[in-house]
Design a protein around this ligand. Structure first.
Ligand code: GLA
Length: 365
């Protein structure tokens, strides 16, 4: 049974029967991706610190935020985020050092004047970037998403990008080596989406094998876990967890949510459904109880699966604190979305109760 206590105007949610919150009930670290402005939003703090132990800054530590051009470093927001987290006794997941996508890498990285930078130049820039960022937060950030989204969604093994064009696959191993040299005690993660699915899983396992063969310090794999209702890939996820267990690599579920307004068609058939889809906003006045119940069942099944793999899963992080802050209210088109465990007031949804039941069951056994 859940109860929300209102204390000094702040909502505290715990499970009344077990007296536990998500972070207390989880056999792994309980994390959440946070809007960069969290230090200015005291109304969110009690929900955050009651339920979660690990925080990932949503945007302020990405290369485009920290290093928009060759002349500029912008640390103010990231510093505030890290100071806030340490004041609240929350651990920070640094995200992300190299985002292997052209539209997510500041253009100056790739260029030398008017021509593309050569391999040595690009890698020296990457090293300087990693040294500076990891060095600055050494002792304050113990986990880094080192490379984000390098696997290709189509036929190629690795995504085409300025990194690949100039340096080939070497940039991935080197990013891990540089991060390890900058902070030898940090846990280093390779993070991607759909990497639990057949095909992309094999590409990920191949990449991990090649990284291992050259002794690159990769400690865990991030499975982003941006799922859609009625399409959670349980079986494929389980195959992936088994495969990671077999090779002794830990998994973190790094950006979990279950979208209640499926979005897959947005990218289908040469993008031809976009105009029609951009009008879809079915739950603007609230999410119907039957949809919330379906979402709760699907979260429960997911956590039932996770709990079979406590030796593999090191952390489960949700992507954003509550429904009102989810990136899925804007991406890939504006709509009122409800993908998380807490509603817009920060109150627990049926999905929270379902997850807590699963975690409670895990404790009872
Ligand atoms: C990816 C990235 C995250 C974030 C989400 C959308 O999953 O890893 O940093 O940008 O997309 O919020």
């Amino acid at each position: 049974m859940l109860r929300a206590f209102c204390l000094f105007g702040l909502i505290l949610v715990t499970d009344v029967v077990s007296g536990q919150s998500l972070r207390q009930a989880s056999p792994w670290a309980a994390g959440v991706g946070l809007a960069d402005r969290i230090p200015d939003n005291p109304a969110d703090w009690s929900l955050l610190t009651t339920q979660f132990s690990h925080v990932t800054p949503e945007n302020c530590m990405k290369p485009a935020a920290l290093r928009p051009s060759a002349e500029v470093w912008r640390f103010e927001q990231a510093d505030r985020f890290v100071d806030f987290a340490s004041a609240k006794d929350l651990k920070v997941v640094g995200h992300c050092l190299v985002w292997a996508k052209d539209d997510r890498t500041p253009a100056w990285f790739y260029m030398d004047g008017a021509v593309p930078a050569k391999k040595e130049v690009l890698l020296a820039r990457m090293k300087a970037y990693i040294d500076t960022v990891v060095g600055r937060y050494k002792g304050k950030i113990s986990t880094w998403d080192v490379v984000n989204e390098a696997l290709d969604d189509g036929k190629a093994e690795l995504r085409e990008s300025g990194w690949m064009r100039a340096a080939g696959e070497d940039f991935i191993a080197l990013a891990f080596e540089y991060a390890h040299a900058a902070d030898p005690s940090a846990q280093l993660i390779y993070n991607d989406y759909n990497n639990e699915l057949d095909g992309k899983r094999e590409k990920m396992l191949g990449l991990l094998a090649r990284l291992k063969a050259r002794n690159a310090p990769v400690h865990a794999v991030g499975l982003q876990g941006h799922y859609e209702i009625d399409r959670v890939p349980y079986e494929q996820l389980e195959k992936t967890l088994l495969a990671l267990r077999a090779i002794g690599v830990k998994a973190v579920v790094s950006e979990l949510d279950i979208d209640v307004i499926p979005r897959g068609r947005w990218w289908a058939d040469g993008n031809k459904h976009r105009a029609e889809m951009a009008k879809i906003n079915p739950y603007a006045d609230g999410c119907p109880p039957d949809v919330l119940a379906r979402q709760a069942e699907q979260y429960a099944r997911l956590f039932r699966l996770f709990r079979q793999y406590p030796d593999v899963i090191a952390r489960v992080s949700f992507w954003n604190l509550h429904d009102g802050q989810s990136w899925l209210n804007k991406f890939p088109w504006p709509r009122v979305n409800h993908p998380l465990l807490f509603d817009r007031q920060g109150k627990p949804k049926p999905a929270y109760e379902a997850v807590m039941r699963e975690l409670g069951a895990a404790k009872a056994r």
